[in-house]
Design a binder for this molecule. Structure first.
Ligand SMILES: [Zn+2]
Length: 229
């Protein structure tokens, strides 16, 4: 697939991978403001940001190397706060809800505890990346025989939240026509834009809605926007 798989409900990534973010968020914000090359604004991998700042003479080599040091980076997979991103269910198209882990979330591959492998289906908001041709749209329509993949990936914490409002939430009793992902939508990109969350003060998107009330409120408003057919 070559596109990160995002949670059906909250729109957040479904793994933390080996990603890191800088601990110097405020300093980086200032540096990025000074950068005249606007390419940096679409470059959200932390190492690319450092590289652009160096190339544009905003920081020197010594500052670049200092920022890149391991102790100055936060590795998301090493911080328990972000574990929930990789704790997932597959809402299988046969109606089962299967506990899975990401094997390669960029290729949409997930495995269960027995080692069975599943392909994640695309979520509906990705419509607008493709041509409007009906046969392509059908790949996204759970009612179509052209529907791709084994089902939708959802965080376990998000499943709990949606289940509170819509009991027995699974693939079969939902047939989503449209979800309004609102302010997280710009973050749902092919490559997960980790640093963008932090630079835009949206790091709470990446915290479990069961622990972070702001994120809970955001996700509940997405759940309310779900349209069923
Ligand atoms: Zn989620």
């Amino acid at each position: 697939m070559g596109y990160e798989t995002y949670c059906l409900v909250c729109g957040c990534p479904t793994s933390t991978g080996l990603s890191s973010v800088s601990l110097f968020v405020d300093q980086l914000k200032q540096c990025i403001k000074k950068c005249k090359n606007k390419r940096i604004e679409n470059n959200w991998q932390v190492e690319n940001i450092f590289y652009e700042l160096l190339e544009n003479n905003i920081i020197d080599q010594e500052e670049h190397d200092h920022l890149s040091e391991k102790e100055n980076l936060l590795f998301l997979d090493k911080d328990n706060k972000y574990n929930w991103l990789s704790e997932l269910y597959l809402l299988h198209k046969n109606g089962n809800i299967i506990s899975v882990e990401p094997e390669d979330s960029w290729e949409g591959i997930y495995v269960d505890t027995n080692g069975n492998s599943y392909d994640a289906s695309y979520i509906l908001n990705e419509y607008q990346y493709l041509s409007d041709e009906k046969n392509i749209i059908n790949m996204y329509d759970p009612l179509s025989t052209a529907f791709c993949g084994d089902g939708f990936i959802i965080h376990k914490d998000c499943h709990q939240l949606v289940n509170d409002q819509l009991p027995d939430f699974n693939f079969k009793n939902m047939c989503l026509q449209k979800i309004n992902y609102n302010e997280i939508y710009p973050y749902m990109r092919s490559e997960m834009p980790w640093m963008k969350y932090f630079l835009n003060d949206k790091q709470y998107f990446l915290e479990s809605p069961l622990n972070n009330n702001k994120n809970k409120k955001r996700i509940n408003s997405i759940i309310e926007s779900m349209k069923f057919i």
